[in-house]
Write a protein that binds this ligand. Structure first.
Ligand code: CP3
Length: 348
């Protein structure tokens, strides 16, 4: 929490995107016989899976076990998460008539979230719980494509072909995302992260005009609750300044593995300044997940390079990977990374 406020504490905190999940044998055991989306609606199971990586690794934060499509499902969208593929939408959203299948989400539909967050925070004690949601653009990519897609051709074509429909779609998604974030914080989450995982597919001009205002709307839903907000995407080197500046500025900028953290922080500051905000931004990241598969004598100096760049960034550093934990990761390697980060002292 100190690091998210830009303070440099005596040790660098660490957690991992996708720290809960298939890389853990205890996760595979807990999930046995339960579909992904059913598991997300079962508070006791959500609690167990959220806590598993905290117990095993001693990471400094838990992330709520759920998925970016859970609030869409709660609002009534017909979709599923297919193992090995990801979210699949029964009927893709491509016309104005399709908007009728995307109603507003109300807090009353998120009772299972409130209950799970209550159970988790009671067990976590002083360890913070991070709430999260998918950003409107990344959610729209699944709705428009109908499932995962490498180049997002239909999504990008729609945003240009029918910008009014696009804005209406993203505005609805921002409402849903905002409600999902708010439910988690209201129930006790200490921080939030907005995942715009696939936004790196866009140009700066398109991001600014067609996406950023909706991400701002989503994050604005928790502004008055006073929790630190992290904004993350992949392939976002050119977008970091704009991503830092949404909704009057975020607290933490997630940086993928393509840029050193100090350069990410510099681009974030530049974006804040361009928006009239003369302050810095903390950074989160950014070890390349592929390095987890390299020998320790290669991985260890890579961890140190991330720590040094995080220190050079100067405004708070939360250690993480540049993207999620790959399912085939050896948990013992992640454990070693946690210990290495915790043992590191600036300048030592
Ligand atoms: O530990 C955590 O990070 C918390 C839980 C979490 C999940 N999904 C659980 C999950 C979080 C934060 C997410 C976010 C998410 N979901 C994102 C944004 C983060 C990112 O990776 O960029 C995206 C794009 C999704 C959509 C999604 N859901 C994908 C691409 C997949 C993987 C498909 C596959 O099987 O390879 C999912 C399924 C999913 N979400 C799993 C988990 C643990 C795997 C389910 C299983 O197979 O058991």
């Amino acid at each position: 929490m100190q690091a998210t406020r830009g303070e440099v504490a005596d040790r660098v905190p660490v957690w991992f995107m996708r720290q809960a999940g298939r890389s853990l044998p205890e996760y595979r055991a807990a999930r046995e016989g339960t579909a992904m989306l059913d598991s997300c609606r079962t508070p006791e199971l959500v609690t167990e899976i959220t806590l598993q990586p905290v117990r095993r690794y001693g990471v400094d934060a838990a992330i709520f076990y759920s998925d970016i499509v859970v609030p869409l499902k709660a609002a009534g969208v017909d979709l599923d998460i297919v193992p090995g593929t990801g979210p699949v939408v029964a009927q893709p959203f491509r016309t104005r008539a399709d908007l009728d299948r995307l109603p507003e989400l109300h807090a009353g539909q998120l009772g299972f979230v409130t209950e799970a967050v209550g159970l988790i925070t009671a067990e976590l004690g002083a360890t913070p719980l991070i709430g999260f949601a998918g950003a409107p653009f990344t959610l729209a990519s699944y709705l428009v494509e109908g499932g995962p897609s490498r180049d997002l051709l239909r999504t990008k074509a729609l945003m240009h072909a029918d910008p009014r429909l696009w804005h209406d779609l993203l505005s609805r998604l921002a409402q849903i995302t905002g409600e999902f974030l708010r439910a988690q914080v209201a129930a006790g989450a200490s921080a939030v992260q907005l995942f715009d995982s696939w936004v790196g597919a866009l140009s700066v001009a398109d991001y600014r005009a067609l996406v950023a205002p909706h991400s701002a709307q989503a994050l604005a839903a928790v502004r008055d609750l006073g929790v630190p907000r992290t904004h993350f995407g992949t392939g976002t080197g050119e977008l970091l300044g704009d991503m830092a500046a949404v909704d009057g500025g975020v607290d933490v900028l997630g940086v993928d593995f393509r840029l050193p953290l100090d350069e990410g922080a510099r681009r974030g500051r530049e974006g804040l300044l361009a928006a009239g905000l003369d302050r810095g931004v903390a950074v989160q990241g950014n070890l390349d997940p592929a390095l987890l598969f390299a020998p320790w004598d290669v991985l260890r100096p890579a961890v140190h390079r991330v720590l040094e760049a995080g220190e050079a960034a100067g405004g708070g550093h939360v250690f993480n990977l540049g993207h999620g934990v790959p399912p085939s990761t050896d948990p013992d390697v992640l454990h070693r990374v946690v210990d290495e980060v915790h043992a590191w002292r600036a300048g030592a």
